[in-house]
Design a binder for this molecule. Structure first.
Ligand code: NAD
Ligand code: MG
Length: 390
């Protein structure tokens, strides 16, 4: 039996992970499940999977969680420290699917105990890639990518030498507004930005797909995870989202990973790694699909991609600043404090300002320095007013 924990179990990635686990319940011994606000779901899943402990990040919800688990024998805990303690519990494999910067500390803790970390939480790599991978190396722990693009790159690289890689091409659907008139982008609503043409995901990542802040994060993730230099990393719009990523080699070959729009592929690959096993995902009918299209991304429509280039080149804590600024700008957009196109303006201004006044590039990356840069960037971004107040 493999001991596994799912952090962010109540979210989109978490629920897909539980779906796979529930299909083979005899193979897994579930240690910890964690969530935030959705106590009903968390308790229900903890009971269905016979977890040892359920943790909510919100201390105000502990009583609700205890009540919901009463009589089940499952422990209940709450708060950031409880999350870290749960990550320290012996496990063979942990899914890191908390959304946002809050995912970093539990992931680091799991690595300290040598646990294999299936990493959906892209913020961990963007804010603290060298810290996370350094910790993994120090403790002989494995990190497996779960973001579909990075799972695709990982799979395309199996058996290959990194020094033969000429380019890594990350595909992007283009999000909700890929064909929206450019001058009408300022006025789009939160509801419009929350609907994705191809993937069914959490609201935050869906809006980040429309603005391509998600793709910007993924370019940075690619640099951090695979150690590829920024000039070898490209984004391309591929509206069908069936090719998740491609790797170009020094003999001109391009290996593309093609698969359905179903995160259970990337999750299942990480769950079963190093083996491949049958997964309950659609088998593509290529003749029916007929064609795959590609177009170059337009920086005017997607300024986030340009900011990503700066972040990759500057390195250090620039990623932590970028991620925090982007999370704050997204909060501001969702709360109606700024318009859609203001998000990139705010993030750009924050990254620029922090790069000019602090030694971000050469700063040592620790949990503390990341959290400090994060707080400073959030405060600064919140103060930058947008022009297209929505
Ligand atoms: P989601 O919003 O659906 O779920 C987030 C989970 O994190 C929930 O369980 C929630 O309870 C928990 N959470 C929220 N705030 C928390 C906090 N402060 N402390 C602890 N837990 C907290 O998000 P999601 O779409 O499942 O994405 C999870 C992560 O995976 C993100 O980093 C996202 O970028 C990444 N990712 C998601 C997808 C996808 O298809 N959804 C694809 C690739 C990568
Ligand atoms: Mg992705």
């Amino acid at each position: 039996m493999r001991r596994i924990s799912v952090f962010g179990a109540t979210g989109s990635i978490g629920q897909n992970t539980l779906d796979l686990i529930l299909r083979a319940p005899d193979e897994f011994d579930v240690v910890a499940l964690t969530g935030a606000q959705n106590i009903k779901q968390l308790a229900q899943d903890a009971k269905a999977l016979k977890a040892d402990i359920a943790v909510t990040s919100d201390p105000a919800r502990l009583t609700d969680l205890r009540d919901a688990l009463a009589g089940s024998g499952i422990e209940a805990a709450a708060g950031d420290n409880a999350l870290i303690e749960a990550a320290a519990r012996p496990a063979d494999w942990i899914m890191s699917a908390i959304v946002g910067a809050a995912g970093l500390a539990p992931g680091l803790e799991a690595l300290k105990h040598g646990t294999t970390l299936a990493l959906a939480n892209k913020e961990s790599l963007v804010t603290a890639g060298p810290l996370l991978l350094g910790e993994a190396a120090r403790h002989g722990a494995t990190v497996l990518p779960v973001d579909s693009e990075h799972s695709a790159v990982f799979q395309a690289l199996i058996g290959e030498e990194m020094d033969t890689v000429e380019r890594v091409i990350i595909t992007a659907s283009g999000g909700a507004f890929r064909d929206h008139p450019l001058d009408a982008l300022e006025a789009v609503t939160v509801a419009e930005a929350s609907s994705h043409p191809n993937w069914d995901m959490g609201q935050r990542i869906t809006i980040d797909s429309a603005s391509m802040f998600n793709k910007a994060m993924e370019l940075i993730e690619t640099k951090e995870f695979f150690g590829v230099s920024p000039d070898k990393i490209e984004a391309i719009i591929h509206p069908e989202s069936l090719i998740h990523a491609m790797v170009g080699f020094n003999d001109g070959a391009i290996m593309a990973h093609v698969g359905p729009h179903d995160m259970r592929h990337a999750i299942g690959f990480a769950l079963n790694w190093p083996k491949r096993r049958s997964l309950p995902v659609e088998r593509l009918d290529l003749a029916k699909i007929g064609q795959l299209n590609f177009r170059a991304p337009d920086f005017a429509r997607y300024p986030a991609l340009k900011i990503a280039q700066t972040v990759m080149e500057e390195g250090g804590l620039t990623g932590a600043v970028f991620n925090a600024a982007k999370e704050q700008a997204l909060d501001d957009f969702i709360a109606g404090r700024c318009g859609f196109t203001d998000m990139a303006r705010k993030v750009d201004a924050c990254v620029d300002a922090m790069l000019s006044r602090e030694g971000l590039q050469n700063a040592t990356i620790t949990l503390d320095s990341v959290q400090e840069a994060d707080a400073a960037a959030r405060a600064l971004t919140a103060d930058i007013t947008g022009t297209a107040k929505g």
